[in-house]
Design a protein. Structure first.
Length: 77
């Protein structure tokens, strides 16, 4: 089961910092997150989504122990 870690505005939009999901690939995960958390869905397209620390395509499979990080754009710096 993939673990999704949410940061900053993504965490606020979903109302939690961590979600356990069952989707089989990243594209399905994005769709599921948007459906289950509409406020997150509104910003998800602007977020960086990393699978085990790397940017990957939506057809990337997700397995038990996969860590998906959702990082909204950060201002400043």
């Amino acid at each position: 089961m993939p673990v999704v870690r949410l940061f900053a505005a993504a965490e606020e939009a979903a109302g939690t910092e961590r979600l356990d999901r069952t989707e089989a690939d990243l594209g399905a995960l994005r769709h599921g997150l948007a459906a289950d958390h509409p406020a997150l869905g509104a910003i998800l397209a602007r977020c960086a989504v990393l699978v085990d620390g790397a940017r990957v395509d939506d057809d990337t499979p997700l397995t038990a122990g996969t860590v998906v990080d959702v990082l909204p754009p950060f201002a400043g710096g």
